[in-house]
Design a protein. Sequence first.
Length: 206
Amino acid sequence: MKDVCVIGIAGGTASGKTTIVNKLKDFFKDDVELISHDCYYKEHNNMPYEERAKLNYDHPSSFDTDRMIDDIIKLKEGQAVYRPVYDFSIHNRVPETVRVEPKKVILVEGILIFENKKLRDLMDIKIFVDTDADERLMRRIIRDMKYRGRTIESILTQYQTTVKPMHEEFVEPSKKYADIIIPRGGENKAAMDILKGHLNIMLNKN
């Protein structure tokens, strides 16, 4: 377990977590694997689409975090796992799974990954991406319309009813657990250079 470095990357919706993940993947090359909390949304096969669309997907209870914790523990022990696959366009999991191989660096990404203590305790370093709320909303609108088949009305309704209140209740308070806070996301070159330097030192010690 000491040979595996788990890096947690949290932050609000559309804060720039994916940009940082991609930069770290470029940095670590073949030594890195990604586990996204979004893949672990609970399945709702017995619920029609209209009802699934009304669920609060920004509350910790919407995730199967226990399964994610078990998968990360197995990866740290050198075992491959099969993570679930979630389809945002239908608000549900699909039957397929994806095999994830153990790697030297495991990136764990999600809005609520610092909220759960057991999950937090598996991380060697915790990064919080801190981005202005208006910018995050604009990014979310573009992302959800382009990649998740959502309408502008559904995006704004979800943001007002669940995303914003859950961010204030769970996501923003979890920032206190971060070891590093990166303002403005992955475009903050100075912060990324410092982060890469720190991780290089950390990994070379193992």
